[in-house]
Design a binder for this molecule. Structure first.
Ligand code: PRT
Ligand code: ZN
Length: 288
């Protein structure tokens, strides 16, 4: 183990673990062990070392330089408020932190919460929000199963992570206010050596090319020459689309890159403009 390795804290087991390791591996980094059973894993072809920890501990460990960077939910970063920087947003483990109340109780705005008891595992985020909104409520901190608090008479409302919303529904609760949103982020220590900063930059470059590739698709199609102009407008690509004449007169083959978000809309238009033989191919890496 070299001292100069960039130490990356990742969640040992939980919602972030698999995607965190996948991202590192897709960035071309080969790790020594099948991570999960071990406490540490080392990059064989890139100077990193992975530390497997509980997600709650990651912001503190990064602030204390036990790890140089970490992959963690933004909610933990906000809650713990440690002196770390957010180096990148990763687009997975997306969720929201919301206030919810029993389904059968009428809700008419934030003033509902005045004088009420709210159960949560995120007291810091909630307190900040209530203060900002000048709502005086009682925060009851509990560490797990927050969603059952109203039904057992422990609280009038809850403040918790919501993703699909099914946990709320099965506990007869309704989401009434979205306080903030969260996704997995890379956090970094604020006093890294220039050597480590360089490794981080290289890593972030790779991570971007993986994330860009996930968000884009390579598209090939045949188009009637009469509509090429309109189709080019639709498919700007990375610079502009590649166009090659087909053996069949009056037709061209066109290659480009499209963003996942606009994908179906673009396909519908392409069909309208007479495109045929449309092939869509995943991209493994995308360097922009
Ligand atoms: O053991 P360790 O402390 O490491 O893990 P943990 O149990 O504290 O965390 P884990 O693995 O459950 O979650 C890690 C991170 O994933 C969180 O900090 C969030 O950033 C993110 N995340 C994304 C979620 C969810 N979605 C999520 N749905 N974390 C928790 N949930 C829970 C939520 O608490 C609620 O009980 O799922 C339930 C709601 O889900 P829906 O789909 O029913 O709405
Ligand atoms: Zn945790």
């Amino acid at each position: 183990m070299k001292n100069g390795n960039l130490k990356i804290a990742v969640q040992k087991s939980g919602r972030l673990s698999e995607k965190s390791l996948e991202l590192i591996e897709e960035s071309g980094i080969k790790l020594t062990q099948e991570g999960k059973l071990k406490l540490i894993s080392v990059g064989q072809n890139f100077p990193v070392e992975l530390l497997f920890l509980r997600d709650d501990d990651i912001p503190q460990y990064v602030a204390d330089k036990v790890a140089d960077i970490g992959i963690v939910g933004e909610n933990e970063v906000m809650e713990q408020d440690k002196p770390v920087d957010i180096a990148d947003r990763l687009g997975f483990a997306k969720c929201r932190l919301s206030l919810a109340i029993p389904q059968d109780i009428k809700y008419n705005g934030l003033t509902f919460f005045i004088g009420k008891k709210i159960a949560t595992s995120y007291p810091v985020i909630l307190e900040k929000f209530l203060k900002e909104k000048k709502i005086n409520a009682e925060i009851h901190e509990i560490s797990g199963s927050v969603e059952i608090a109203p039904s057992i008479g422990l609280a009038d409302a809850i403040f918790d992570i919501v993703s699909s919303g099914s946990t709320l529904i099965s506990n007869r609760l309704k989401e009434v206010e979205i306080v903030t949103r969260s996704e997995a982020v890379i956090i970094s220590n604020r006093e890294m050596t220039s050597e480590k900063k360089q490794i981080l930059e290289k890593l972030l470059f790779r991570v971007h090319s993986v994330l860009n590739a996930k968000n884009n698709k390579y598209i090939l199609l045949n188009a009637p020459n009469g509509n090429l102009d309109k189709i080019i407008q639709l498919l700007p690509g990375m610079k502009s689309p590649t166009i090659m004449p087909l053996a069949e007169k009056g037709w061209s083959s066109l290659h480009s890159v499209v963003n996942e978000n606009d994908f179906w809309q673009i396909i519908e238009k392409l069909k309208e403009y007479g495109a045929q033989g449309i092939l869509v191919i995943p991209i493994e890496k995308m360097i922009v």
